[in-house]
Design a protein around this ligand. Structure first.
Ligand SMILES: [Zn+2]
Length: 698
């Protein structure tokens, strides 16, 4: 059995440089904790680790700024797509900086450099005869003079007959649709009924690359750190057979198709977005006045690692490699394909999916105003959704911060430094002969960088961080077992050795924790008054006993202040409130009225005296109400929400001066006030305390 085992190092190809990309976030909303745990934190841990290994690393990202959701947001907000992407590009860039992302370049796909770069790819494929032109039928808005992308059309669902199905999908029954499937389609731009018109588009023949893509993926395996779920996902695409994909579409916002007769069309966002990695690297080269982007992208000594969330697997393992193959077949300049595509599963929040529309989320910006970025990074890392979905729980975040960061790591650093300042004048004490206990500790230290490093090389970030915290645990135990508070009195050389080794371990921890907690690592490291850029801050030297006796040490500060229960409870309360207030969706507010307009409405408090159903009606209840001086009958459409007995004796608010009417043959003298939301929930309006019938509401 043993002969068959290949060590990772023997198998590793020697790469000269590492190109790291993290999925381009879509500039149509703010990034949330789920995104951070999915693509960004693992990429940053990996990049920082490789830099500590003194490897040649380039870490690239940027905003994905094209596509229909952005133009729809712009329409809704009555502004331009550029204004939308400017806003979210800036917000997300700042959030990433606060979170400690160490991108070498953070670009955006609306830049001219990206447009020309993406057009170059399109033209290369077009001139090589790879792309196929197809004539198809699409809905056209004659008033707005434009073809309507799927989400710009609404109509009746052919499956469930829901009245407001979108052109791409019916939200009610979930059926995927083409805009031409809709019954009675309406343009969301003009409200007109669109006509069917022919339009031509270019397609990329993905199926032609199936065998080569399959060979590419088959050559990857879990021993190289490829995730099993990524490989399986690709295989299921191959089993279904790869289809032609439209490269162009009828839209104004995006990268213009560089062909005569196609000027009113743009490249499909799937085509241009992945190329954003290349143009971001080109931008980095421009800024730095070099041509090194070519080394990273077109030299086969490059290891290219593309970090993404699982929803992006098809684009990075199938579509993007196929595009690069198509380029490479027709050019002397050959791009490298991803060496690995570590895709994480999803992170949920307190057992539910993050949802912007339901208000179920945690704002990254707000989070980092209140809590340290490093604590968030640690909590997300030890709970990373690497092989299955995971959850962020507020109480768990508190526990990780208090019980692990403060009580284990913070405690070890603090007790060691405090001891040195109290007993050794704040300088590193001498190392004397090692006891068995010392030797075991030194051994444990010496193996850690390689153990943790191998886990990171295998993209097992969770385990890597757990292993690192285990070293802090072990160090605390060593401190306890060595009892320096006793040996300082009866065996000073022993005590000196113990504390020397504890300080060496503090330094080791500051290096090993640097990829996940860069801020904390630097704070600890600065206690040693060593230049951080030197070999002192390198992974390979992390466990060497390099602290020289006599080195003056800084004064320790509390690394982690505990987070109190009340603080966390507030966050939970807020989440409940915001999830309940999800009913408050953005609705059009009616035109302004004057106070005089409002005063025309006579609102009064009343008590329901009697209540019964209106015969033969599912919706109506007949109420007898007391307005104090008089009793009236009114009819309300609330039978699907209340039983008659629910209402008797209740205070309600009525419009007392509404013109009387008949509903289902029953007289109604007034109207009951009720609140309803878009989910169809309805509650009647009542008073917060006792007040007499007939009281005026104003
Ligand atoms: Zn439907």
């Amino acid at each position: 059995m043993l002969f068959g085992i290949r060590t990772i190092n023997q198998m590793k190809k020697e790469y000269k440089r590492i190109l790291i990309t993290a999925a381009l976030p879509y500039a149509n909303g703010k990034i949330h904790l789920g995104h951070l745990a999915g693509a960004y934190l693992p990429a940053d841990i990996y990049a920082r680790y490789q830099r500590l290994k003194k490897r040649d690393v380039l870490f690239i990202c940027g905003s994905d700024e094209h596509g229909v959701p952005i133009t729809i947001t712009a329409e809704n907000e009555k502004t331009t797509p550029q204004a939308i992407v400017d806003r979210y590009h800036e917000l997300n860039k700042i959030a990433f900086e606060k979170f400690g992302m160490s991108f070498d370049n953070y670009s955006r796909t609306s830049l001219p450099l990206h447009h020309s770069s993406a057009q170059e790819f399109f033209l290369k494929m077009h001139r090589a005869g790879i792309l196929k032109e197809k004539i198809e039928k699409q809905l056209y808005d004659q008033k707005a003079k434009m073809f309507l992308p799927d989400r710009y059309v609404e109509g009746t669902c052919p499956t469930c007959k829901a009245p407001d199905a979108r052109g791409d999908q019916c939200e009610k029954c979930g059926t995927f649709l083409n805009p031409t499937d809709l019954i009675d389609p309406k343009s969301k731009i003009s409200g007109d009924t669109p006509i069917v018109r022919e339009t031509s588009h270019w397609y990329f023949p993905l199926g032609d690359y199936q065998q080569r893509l399959k060979d590419y993926i088959d050559g990857k395996n879990t021993e190289d750190g490829w995730r099993d779920n990524v490989i399986k996902y690709c295989q299921s695409w191959f089993n279904d057979g790869l289809q032609d994909r439209a490269v162009t579409r009828d839209l104004q916002w995006g990268v213009e198709v560089p062909l005569e007769g196609y000027k009113d069309k743009v490249l499909y966002v799937w085509f241009d977005a992945v190329l954003g990695y290349i143009s971001s690297t080109k931008e980095w080269s421009q800024k730095n006045g070099n041509e090194k982007w070519k080394d990273y992208w077109t030299n086969e000594d490059t290891k290219y690692v593309a970090f993404i969330g699982k929803d992006n697997v098809v684009f990075h393992c199938i579509v993007f490699p196929a595009m690069l193959m198509a380029w490479n077949d027709n050019s002397d300049v050959k791009y490298v394909l991803p060496t690995n595509v570590p895709a994480n599963e999803f992170l949920n929040l307190e057992g539910q999916k993050f949802s912007k529309s339901r208000g179920w989320g945690v704002d990254v910006d707000e989070f980092l105003e209140k809590y340290p970025a490093d604590s968030l990074r640690y909590a997300l890392a030890v709970n990373m959704p690497e092989s299955r979905d995971a959850d962020f729980y507020w109480k768990d975040f508190q526990a990780k911060h208090n019980n692990e960061l403060a009580d284990i790591l913070g405690n070890f650093v603090n007790r060691t430094l405090t001891f040195v300042h109290k007993n050794f004048d704040g300088v590193v004490p001498q190392l004397y002969e090692l006891s068995d206990l010392d030797t075991a500790f030194v051994n444990e230290l010496s193996f850690k960088p390689e153990t943790v490093g191998n886990l990171i090389e295998q993209y097992k970030f969770r385990e890597a961080v757990l292993e690192t915290m285990n070293l802090a645990r072990f160090a605390n135990k060593y401190f306890n077992d060595s009892e320096p508070w006793k040996t300082i009195k009866n065996n000073p050389e022993r005590c000196s050795t113990t504390i020397n080794l504890c300080l060496q371990a503090v330094r080791t921890l500051s290096v090993l924790f640097q990829p996940v907690m860069p801020g904390v690592a630097h704070r600890i490291h600065s206690l040693f008054n060593l230049p951080t850029t030197s070999e002192n801050f390198s992974w390979n030297n992390a466990a060497k006993l390099e602290l020289k006796p006599g080195t003056k040490l800084g004064i320790p500060e509390i690394l982690f202040t505990k987070i109190e229960d009340e603080i966390i409870q507030k966050e939970l309360d807020k989440l409940n409130v915001s999830s309940k207030s999800s009913d408050v969706q953005v609705v059009e507010i009616k035109p302004t009225i004057t106070i005089e307009d409002f005063k025309k409405i006579d609102l009064r408090v009343a008590t329901v005296v009697e209540c019964e159903k209106v015969p033969k009606s599912e919706k109506l209840l007949k109420l007898q109400i007391s307005l104090g001086s008089e009793t009236r009958q009114l009819v309300a459409g609330i039978a699907q929400h209340y039983k008659p007995t629910d209402l008797v004796g209740k205070k309600i608010i009525v419009v007392a001066n509404l013109q009387p009417t008949k509903l289902m043959g029953t007289d109604s003298q007034g109207m009951l006030l009720a609140a309803s939301d878009t989910d169809g929930k309805l509650v009647f309006v009542t008073t917060a305390g006792e007040i007499s019938n007939g009281a005026i509401v104003k």
